[in-house]
Design a protein around this ligand. Sequence first.
Ligand code: C2E
Ligand code: CA
Ligand code: CA
Length: 336
Amino acid sequence: MKAFKAPFVLKEATVEVGVSIGIAIYPDHGGECDGLFQRADKAMYAAKQAGGGYRIYLPEHEKSNPCQLMLMGKLRHAIEHGEMELYYQPQWSLTKNRVIGVEALSRWLDPQLGWIAPDRFISLTEQTGLIKPFTQWILKTVCNEYEEWKKAGLNLSVSVNLSAKNLQEPRFPDQVAELIQPGRFEPSLLEFEITESMIMVNPAISMQVLGRLNAMGISLVIDDFGTGYSSLSYLKKLPVQKIKIDKSFIVDLGNKGDIVIVHSIINMGHSLGLEVIAEGVEDEFTKDLLEAFGCDVIQGYHIGHPLPSEELIYMLNRGTAPGDLKKRPRKLSPKA
Ligand code: C2E
Ligand code: CA
Ligand code: CA
């Protein structure tokens, strides 16, 4: 796998080759050559389906998963035919007392299967090599929507969730630079949300990619903070500007014992010179607690659900006090 990592330079082209390796072990998976090869082959297809790498033979590799295969086909079609949607969830600044930005969250409505949760299809985009067109679609959509918000008199930052595969792609910053054309979109208004586990997949390449994105003026946010490694020495080295406290600590904050943890994370973030966002704010009491703790920005159903762009504009122009955006959108929406 290491040998195939670098591209092959042919006469006029550079060719990248992916590797999928299937492994069968004697005598556990077969006593004869033929049987072992057949099983290594099945494990290899399982590796291919997972987007590359290696798999050691397991009995479940005997059966292909028709449901997963169908979903992969539908996903490819949806991305290639522009059938996905982006919803935007408002972020409220506790210091400025207004909505200052949004988080872009993908939505997929399949005509037969209904709403499919992002947790389900994001990993599929990674497994099928669709992550590049998917990320391109997100960034293009965000740039177009930004123009609409500007026309509506809204100056919002927009936060985009990245996938682990984006951070392992050394050319990802170049692809981003091509998409955010100068004059059309301010890089300082763009934020990328990453998790600590994404960085840990390949820390060396991730650091390089993050450093370049940051040098372009894009802010970086550690998402789901508190659930991952949360290595403080690492956090100091990362070129990040914000941490987002995971919603598992925030939802129902008043009734659970997470108050001390949340307060400590906010203080620690500030000591490291980072801005702190809390997600999953569902009521006024939690908002008041976070405000008392000095949290900078909050996000959650109490401020507003993720909405299609036109509904977001409508809601923001109508009223921007916490709770004013809470009303469920008129249009049928997936469970946000
Ligand atoms: P996340 O980045 O942690 O996003 C926050 C999730 O919490 C969203 O779920 C959002 O709808 C939900 N949420 C928002 N406010 C509240 C609240 O007050 N209470 C509760 N209980 N939940 C709240 P969603 O949209 O289903 O997204 C799930 C995950 O899928 C996201 O988690 C993110 O990791 C991933 N995801 C979504 N869209 C994208 C995308 O475009 N690209 C990538 N790479 N990942 C995405
Ligand atoms: Ca996020
Ligand atoms: Ca999160």
